[in-house]
Design a protein around this ligand. Structure first.
Ligand SMILES: *[C@@H]1O[C@H](CO)[C@@H](O)[C@H](O)[C@H]1NC(C)=O
Ligand SMILES: *[C@@H]1O[C@H](CO)[C@@H](O)[C@H](O)[C@H]1NC(C)=O
Ligand SMILES: *[C@@H]1O[C@H](CO)[C@@H](O)[C@H](O)[C@H]1NC(C)=O
Length: 169
């Protein structure tokens, strides 16, 4: 009888572990979106290349492998990941899709913009331009800590007045 009780509590423990695992695996998508954001938009330091076209050709490979297609336009932010994460703690502003979980940098960041110049996946050609612009990221709280992390680069802009601030509450 005692063994039976033991067996039941072990079963309960197993059940609880599975539940924790299930909850954990369901929180992974947020973490994966952050990883994907980094792979698509964060490069620090900027690797050497003979010019920005070559740079884009090299770095867009990792971006294009997500969709097996030549992405038309992509920006790489050259800064430490932590400095980009910190932008999530700036006040909320509207995103281009009218959601309100966007945040803008208060500094101009070194960015390489890559624009498609044709080709067929996996041989994609690009024109690259180095700029210093402000940027806007969308952030979501990632479980289990609930820490805000960037998951989407919403826009980049030259003029600090170009974004839509939220009306005061
Ligand atoms: C965002 O809101 C503005 C003003 O309410 C509206 O004109 C615009 O169509 C909306 N954009 C999207 C993508 O929903
Ligand atoms: C990186 O971010 C910091 C702010 O966190 C900013 O002052 C600095 O200019 C940025 N560096 C580059 C290379 O954009
Ligand atoms: C754009 O990239 C293509 C392919 O790398 C290159 O041949 C062309 O010279 C570039 N054009 C400009 C304007 O830089």
């Amino acid at each position: 009888m005692a063994q039976n009780v033991m067996g039941n509590s072990q079963l309960l423990l197993l059940g609880l572990s599975l539940l924790v695992l299930l909850v954990y695996s369901q929180t992974r998508p947020g973490w994966e979106r952050f990883q994907r954001f980094k792979n698509q938009h964060v490069r620090y330091p900027k690797h050497l290349a003979s010019n920005n076209d070559q740079y884009c050709m090299m770095e867009m490979k990792w971006v294009n492998d997500y969709n097996n297609a030549c992405k038309g336009f992509n920006s790489f932010l050259h800064n430490q990941t932590q400095n980009i994460i910190n932008v999530c703690f700036h006040p909320n502003i509207f995103c281009r899709n009218n959601e309100t979980n966007c945040h803008r940098s208060i500094f101009r960041n070194s960015i390489t913009e890559c624009r498609s110049a044709g080709g067929q996946y996996p041989d994609c050609y690009y024109n690259g331009t180095a700029v210093r612009k402000y940027f806007v990221v969308a952030c979501i709280p990632i479980s289990p800590s609930g820490r805000l992390l960037p998951v989407h680069l919403d826009s980049t802009f030259w003029n600090p007045g170009q974004v839509f601030l939220l009306p005061p509450p």
